[in-house]
Design a protein around this ligand. Sequence first.
Ligand code: PNS
Length: 163
Amino acid sequence: MKTAIYPGSFDPVTYGHLDVIKRAAAMFDELTVSVLDNVNKIALFSVTERVNILKEVTKEMPNVKVDSFSGLLIDYAGEKDVHIAIRGLRAVTDFEYELQIAQTNRTLSKGSLDTVFLTTSLEYAYLSSSSVKEIARFHGDVSQCVPDFVAEMIYEKYGHKHR
Ligand code: PNS
């Protein structure tokens, strides 16, 4: 069975992530989207909230599972016996950071964990979870960036019911 993990912060998931999830799910028998429980990053949504959002947006995708992990990706992938990590590349600016992580993971895992990059569809190339949060925080319209229920959840986090 061909399996892969798509790790990330997903704080929150955007249409850009969803595009990568759909395309990766079509390439593998099973895709696990896994939320990093990162102690070094202050997140807007808890890991449980992020997992639940991801479960909701992938509920029509039978071969997509949602999980969370902490610690090193190579250890988590090793426990699951998965050898491919998926990452999306939006622009050249992502490349240096992603290349470093991919090479670190491949070296640390002694070749066991490789990374497959999917280039983000052009319509989502500008999207990032950080910009979505900033737009929503100041009452901007994020309806083109995230599903409606996610937008409402972000507005609520910032203390306003709607934009
Ligand atoms: O969505 P993000 O925040 O860009 O995702 C980054 C992620 C989760 C892929 C990366 O930070 C990660 O895998 N962290 C786990 C810790 C780890 O394995 N570090 C070693 C590689 S430098």
